[in-house]
Design a protein around this ligand. Structure first.
Ligand SMILES: Cc1cc2nc3c(=O)[nH]c(=O)nc-3n(C[C@H](O)[C@H](O)[C@H](O)COP(=O)(O)O)c2cc1C
Length: 408
């Protein structure tokens, strides 16, 4: 279940060149499970029709305050009362000025004034309009009135030059709004917790073009990062190379080698409440990286590589832990439980997620996983074959049930 599920979102659209992008924002919100209704300013209808919004949301669109289709309800008040979250996107300089002074001269501005729901404002305009002292003053007023404003993007404007005032891309707007909501949702199980997740397979360079790595796709770690965020945590994801899109709304650090991952994890660990090491970190790296591409050997005697052990990140960090709850992963191809149990105690972990990566549908690369959760003082739990998202949920819920929250 997402934080958006059944949330009532009113999207107010004003009349700018980016008005059409509100459609994509609405689609994304509805995809997340939100119920969306729309209010348009009269100028917005010059850019995009109410029919488009009505068809997309399957709800009547509020455009004209003085048309009474329902004699029992005053349209703007009914919409204002229905609203849990109000998103104003795009917010024109004109609408921002009206909001700053509390004007209510059409259905959109009257609805804005009449709702007590939190308001999120996404300005978009020409860079000179945005930099105008009047706009700066008005936005400052909105913030001191308790509204939250997203800074516009810098990029190519409709006027044909680059400037600060462009509407951020719709996925960015939804990610920002989601983060705002999550930060205020105190009832979530990981609210206020700082969760550090590692993911992906590290690459150990042999020469400038070749490396040793493994088949980890990063999907399990990324799923944990997403689910932890949805459970209210502040998430930092330290990711080795993957083909996955960067998850929104989290702090993201890209690394390549085991040594880089160690350095980043060590830096973040002291301010972490929960560490989840889902990355497949190389146990060995080439003793030396060749400065130039290694040439094929002239005779057919093969090539011997000298490898040296990398630092065991989990073991090192678990040794330094204060109040952190530390979760490790064990990918095994044989004697799963005995190997995993040894790892649990040898590395002083709070929880170990063991999976047999040789079994079909389990572990590396796929979208499913089946794991056994081992901990020092609780009975082992084996899951069914589930999506990595569902496994992530179980891992985090198990950690919470075993006292991960409130350890610090
Ligand atoms: C083609 C065109 C594009 C416009 N784009 C913007 C814009 O991106 N941002 C903005 O603040 N105003 C923009 N305007 C000016 C607004 O449409 C104008 O200020 C209008 O009064 C806004 O009305 P509203 O705030 O009630 O929707 C644009 C006007 C035109 C004609």
């Amino acid at each position: 279940m997402s934080i958006w599920t059944d949330r009532h979102v009113t999207v107010v659209v004003s009349g700018g060149i980016a008005s059409y992008k509100a459609l994509t924002v609405i689609r994304l919100l509805m995809h997340e499970g939100a119920q969306v209704r729309v209010a348009l300013t009269a100028h917005a209808t010059e850019f995009i029709t109410p029919l488009t919004f009505q068809t997309l949301t399957q709800q009547p669109v509020v455009t004209d305050e003085f048309t009474m289709t329902d004699p029992e309800h005053v349209v703007h008040v009914a919409l204002a009362d229905w609203t849990d979250v109000m998103l104003i996107v795009p917010a024109t300089a004109n609408l921002i000025a009206k909001m700053a002074t509390g004007l209510a001269d059409d259905a959109a501005t009257t609805t804005i004034l009449a709702t007590t729901a939190p308001k999120y404002v996404v300005p978009a305009m020409n860079s000179h309009m945005f930099a105008n002292p009047a706009t700066t003053r008005n936005l400052g007023q909105l913030v001191s009135d308790g509204m939250t404003v997203l800074d516009p993007a810098t990029g190519m404007l409709a006027e044909g030059y680059v400037g600060h005032g462009r509407l951020p891309e719709p996925p960015e707007i939804v990610a920002w709004l989601t983060s705002q909501l999550l930060a205020h949702e105190t009832g979530l199980p990981l609210h206020g917790q700082r969760v550090l997740v590692t993911a992906g397979g590290t690459r150990e360079m042999l020469d400038p073009v070749r490396y040793i790595s493994n088949r980890s796709s990063g999907k399990m770690g990324y799923a944990i990062a997403r689910v932890a965020r949805e459970m209210g945590a502040k998430v930092t994801l330290i990711s080795a190379q993957t083909a996955l899109p960067r998850p929104e709304g989290i702090t993201y650090i890209q690394v390549t080698t085991a040594a880089e991952m160690l350095s980043e994890v060590e830096q973040a660990f002291p301010t972490t409440d929960m560490l989840i090491m889902a990355a497949a970190v190389s146990d060995y790296r080439p003793a030396e990286m060749a400065a130039q591409k290694i040439k094929k050997q002239p005779n057919d005697h093969g090539l011997t590589l000298q490898l040296t052990e990398t630092t065991d990140i989990l073991k090192k960090l678990a040794g330094q832990k204060q109040a952190q709850f530390v979760i490790g992963f064990a990918a095994e191809t044989q004697q799963l439980l005995s190997n995993a149990t040894h790892k649990l105690t040898a590395k002083n972990l709070d929880l170990l997620v063991a999976n047999d990566v040789s079994a079909p549908g389990v572990g590396f690369n796929g979208d499913t996983n089946q794991v056994t959760l081992l901990s020092q003082h609780h009975a082992a739990v084996t899951t069914e074959l589930l999506s990595k998202e569902a496994i992530a949920q179980i891992v985090l819920e198990t950690a919470i049930a075993q006292g991960a929250v409130g350890k610090a």
